[in-house]
Design a protein around this ligand. Structure first.
Ligand SMILES: [Ca+2]
Length: 252
């Protein structure tokens, strides 16, 4: 073996090390923040067999067909966006006002309660102002699964007549609060039956539609709506007393 050949063979492992650890590693480690947690990417199983197993494929749950998607890692808010956070965006003239509950404004306007009475557009505007966007259905479901599968069912913990201040109930095992209940959450996607066929990369729903998907159930929901896989379709203009949102940020 000549000298130059030996040098070449020594350089290959170093190059491989740089590719595997020098480039890929730091981007996953450096993105933690106080307000968000990182969610790993990869293959994710969405959906649930609860509907076919226990509810005879009823209309309200027959859209949870189990399928696999592949998603990129991302950061997601630990908490639902609060009244005080949303008002900061309004004060800067970026976000529109949220409309308070007519007859019970004091029940819904505490600074640390989640913001409600915001349309899908309001929610997306806020998330863009924060440098992010609304989560896709796939991203939301992945974050909601934590250590549980799509079949996991969670009992109602928020039934107190109005939304609780965010973080009042213990978080999921991945450090996220109030994914199930408190306020339901807008996602980015238009509602449609899940596509069949090949595994999709970062699915974001159909290009257009009538309703947006909301997720996670709320303080008014029955137990069977407080699941990672439960999907509800709502018109994007809706403002309601149990509907808010949280944001995500893509990881570069
Ligand atoms: Ca929630």
């Amino acid at each position: 073996m000549t000298h130059s050949m030996r040098m070449y063979s020594l350089q290959i492992p170093g190059l491989l090390f740089c590719i595997l650890f020098g480039f890929a590693g730091p981007s996953l480690v450096s993105a933690e923040s106080q307000d968000q947690v990182s969610i790993a990417g990869g293959e994710v199983k969405m959906g649930s067999t609860l509907c076919s197993d226990q509810f005879g494929n009823a209309d309200w749950c027959s859209d949870e067909t189990v399928h696999t998607v592949r998603i990129n890692p991302f950061m997601i808010d630990k908490y639902e966006v609060t009244n005080e956070a949303y008002k900061a965006c309004f004060a800067e003239g970026v976000c529109g006002p949220n409309e308070l509950h007519d007859s019970r404004p004091d029940d819904f306007n505490k600074p640390r309660q989640p913001v409600m009475f915001v349309t899908w557009e309001d929610a997306q505007t806020y998330c863009k102002w924060k440098g992010g966007r609304l989560p896709t259905e796939a991203e939301w479901e992945r974050a909601a699964q934590a250590d549980f599968s799509g079949e996991a069912v969670f009992g109602q913990k928020y039934n107190v007549g109005a939304p609780s201040e965010v973080g009042s109930v213990s978080p999921s095992s991945n450090g996220i609060f109030d994914m199930f209940g408190n306020v339901a959450e807008w996602t980015a996607d238009w509602y449609a039956p899940y596509p069949t066929g090949e595994t999709q990369e970062n699915p974001s729903g159909p290009k257009e539609g009538k309703d947006k998907v909301i997720r996670g159930g709320s303080w008014t929901s029955a137990w069977y709506q407080l699941r990672a896989s439960d999907r509800v379709a709502r018109t994007p203009d809706l403002r309601y007393s149990d509907l808010g949102f949280r944001c995500i940020r893509e990881m570069k």
